[in-house]
Design a protein around this ligand. Sequence first.
Ligand code: NAD
Length: 349
Amino acid sequence: MSDTNLTAILKKQGDIQLEDIPIPEPSQGEVQLCMQHVGICGSDVHYWKHGAIGDFVVKAPMILGHEASGVVSKLGKGVTSLKVGDRVAIEPGVPCRLCSHCKHGRYNLCPDMKFCATPPIHGNLARYYVHAADFCFKLPDNMSTEEGALLEPLSVGVHACNRAGVTLGSKVLICGAGPIGLVNVLTARANGAAVVCITDIDQSRLDMAKSMGATYTLKVTSRDPKEMAQKIEDLMGVQPEITIECSGATPSIQTAIYATKSGGCVVLVGLGQAEITLPIVNASVREVDIRGIFRYANCYPTALAMVASGKVDVKPLITHRFKLEDTLKAFETTFKGEGIKVMIECAKK
Ligand code: NAD
């Protein structure tokens, strides 16, 4: 345990600094957490390099990090669900709990969502952090705090597969083999998908996808979406009923529509350009549904159960490890596109 609170702060675009800030005290319903592991997400790097994602603009210094786990170090008033010493995964978005979206269980759509490291809300790449107790999930003894941190991206996969309707025997195409494409491979297989084909422009990422359970891998070599859709059908022997697009690249989204079987579903996970041209008539006349996803809702318990039961192994996603003191090196590694998931250890040993 540390008596100081070293914290990674994005002071402004391009400027991450480590500073000691006061250890936060938990309010009613919150817990103080001695942070254990925080994974770096593409969005953390994007805020660092570009200072904004869409309408979310870094206008004031912001603590980075949202793929996190910690150990409960103090309880706020009224917290009975956790005790000091519990190891927890931290679901980073806390909604208002009152609006119609929250009441319908689709709290990821809450307009008052407070999501770690989405400006102006601070993240948790620090030694200490406080969070709503009901968005902390106790880890069983057989799960590490690294696995706890990986429940965040895994929850994106759980939500995407739920929205796509992946089930026993599904034939699934996943476009893009970054961390998000890979968690979708894991969740699609765990949901009983019979065949999973994955595409990418990078062979090393495809090799990783193969080792994590993809049946087929296809290197994207053309920007012609019809040509790529035909290659996918040739490789799979059938058209996929479900496509989960995880690259955000325009040609890949176009391919996703052409490749999907009539009556099937394309789920858009990747976030690329705000406005693009799509073969929308092709999708309409073939009744290919196009669905968006935004993060996840009620997926942490499923993701946790999948890992705890051994149904899903997220550990191979971690390719690099750094200490909190080396946060800048960790961000540079992610920015260079080296490896898959870069994990930061926050606790002082
Ligand atoms: P990433 O950049 O690591 O992975 C994207 C992958 O797509 C890379 O491996 C890249 O080589 C590949 N790619 C690029 N062009 C391609 C093409 N034409 N065809 C096939 N593959 C191609 O990013 P990530 O962390 O895995 O996240 C993936 C996407 O998901 C990002 O756009 C991210 O913003 C988005 N995302 C969305 C949500 C959501 O809630 N909707 C949540 C998390 C991430």
